[in-house]
Ligand binder design. Structure first.
Ligand SMILES: [Zn+2]
Length: 257
């Protein structure tokens, strides 16, 4: 069965003299592997498409016995020149691409993740001072959208409001006010449930977690974080991803744990 679909090239490798394999993130199907026979020579069929970080419209068929995907042709849509020429941004992009690959996005929900990834790449390409935080926000939002959105209003143990016992108004709370977050239960724990194992989190971090749920990548570069808050969020998101998705970043790649 043949299909034509917009896809982002996550990885490319060569085998035999002229043949190429690609790992594609297809907008409506998730991540697939396909073979482009003669791909390294054919400019007519694949002009500029067989490179990592290329967005193209690919036509994919099946091998004669239906055992693997065969790339028929590609039409280049965007090659992200603003990312390609910037080693620092490419490092941030690589982190996002490896995460998508590790999450093993299937057909269900692929479109959502695809749009999120493209918007993140566009925000990175548009250039900004706060770009370093984008992979963290991308990772958190993608994870939350896998049905894992943390509960930041009610205590995940007793169901009481999680953080307004001591203050009538939110605005009275100092941003450095410490709250407790249970990784295992996926949300805040109130001060009355202090026997539940939890990580401490400042109010600013909780605000950022809330904002990740409602914002889009184009807004992310406006976020300015104190180094301590960034470290705290980064640690929390990494632990959350490890616990709920079973993925850990090790030596430049994600490993299943
Ligand atoms: Zn509680």
């Amino acid at each position: 069965m043949e299909f034509t679909e917009k896809a982002l090239v996550l990885k490319v490798g060569r085998f035999r003299e002229n043949d190429v394999w690609v790992k594609l993130f297809c907008a409506g199907r998730g991540v697939i592997t396909a073979f482009a026979f003669g791909g390294s020579r054919s400019r007519r069929r694949f002009s500029g498409c067989l490179d990592q970080l290329v967005l193209a419209s690919f036509t994919v068929g099946m091998s004669r016995r239906g055992a693997y995907n065969v790339l028929q042709e590609g039409e280049l849509l965007h090659a992200f020149p603003g990312l390609r020429g910037d080693a620092r941004k490419l490092g941030l992009v690589a982190h996002c691409l490896r995460f998508v690959e590790a999450v093993q996005v299937g057909q269900d929900g692929a479109r959502h993740v695809f749009d999120l990834l493209l918007e993140t790449l566009q925000a990175l390409e548009a250039g900004s001072v706060a770009a370093e935080v984008l992979p963290l926000l991308f990772k958190a939002k993608l994870t939350f959208e896998q049905g894992l959105k943390p509960d930041l209003a009610l205590c995940v143990h007793c169901g009481r409001p999680a953080w307004d016992h001591d203050c009538a108004e939110d605005d009275d709370l100092d941003p450095a006010h410490r709250l407790a977050f249970s990784i295992e239960r996926g949300g805040l724990v109130c001060s009355l449930c202090d026997d539940v194992p939890a990580e401490t989190l400042c109010l600013e971090s909780v605000r950022v977690l809330e904002w990740i749920g409602t914002s889009r990548p184009a807004e992310w570069p406006s976020l300015v974080l104190e180094p301590d808050t960034r470290r705290e969020l980064s640690r929390l998101v990494d632990r959350f991803v490890a616990w709920h998705l079973g993925l850990r970043w090790e030596n430049g790649t994600y490993r299943k744990i």
